[in-house]
Write a protein that binds this ligand. Sequence first.
Ligand code: ADE
Length: 311
Amino acid sequence: DWTDKGAAVIYKIEKNPSSDEQATKIIKKGVKDFNFGRTLGEGSYSTVVAATDRQTLKEYAIKILDKRHIIKEKKVKYVNIEKNTLNRLGDHPGVVSLYYTFQDERSLFYVLDLAANGELLGVLKRLGSFDEECTRYYGGQILDALDYMHTKGIIHRDLKPENILLDEHMRIKLTDFGTAKILDQNEGESQDQARANSFVGTAEYVSPELLTDKAAYKSSDLWAFGCIIYQLLSGRPPFKASNEYQTFQKIVHLDYSFPLGFPAHARDLVSKLLVLDPKDRLTIEDIKKHEFFAGVEWGRAIWKANPPKLR
Ligand code: ADE
């Protein structure tokens, strides 16, 4: 259902300044409250548009979803997953925040943080590849955001450079939680190998367990993280073929190799993440202690550091 709780803004209006009496009026944001601008991105079920709050002049990215299309394609479940995960994730610098949701006859509207510098993929394509310092900086932020998500019991399941956005300070924000999995209480807290079922993400970043057992774990996001570290340093993902089937074959056979000159510490890290058995991959804690991330001050500090010159 598309009922809308928790998206209302409550204004307290003092009726009479000399008394304590207050009237509370609940005003819900709607389409009329925003000026819509340029298109930021287009997906199969949605369009993301830049918009400005007419009152505060604050800029947002609004994801507009076509209700008829979503119902016809049976994607209602995913639309609700996206809203529920974003609500559960609340406020973290590495995850896009959801501020309001509303709808009109045709569309659903999700009002999100605007990430002024677009997708990490765009920056990577412009540069070809990143040096070790840049990879450590962006990789460290991606890992910290993943750590937060996993702590909240959420598996992303479609982590890739298109879903990693960059804000005005060139800091990352994860987006696109439409295919995330919310683990239930005991799964989220104790069971690191808690299983989430079905759904296949983007071919190049899909974990082998998803292809062979239709299972996704928190460590499936770490497989994707390994693919991303490899891609930032070399310019291309480790498993890539001319079609999805061939890509899947490469993944389940762990058929990849490092290009010449791939940095040694990064090579060690990636080879301990791209491991077929999800139980044998490094954990987030292991990764934080790995030589590749030596010198990184984990915690809130990584969200204050200035980005290195892109190289
Ligand atoms: N493209 C998709 N989502 C976006 C966002 N929140 N900010 C900027 N560009 C986007």
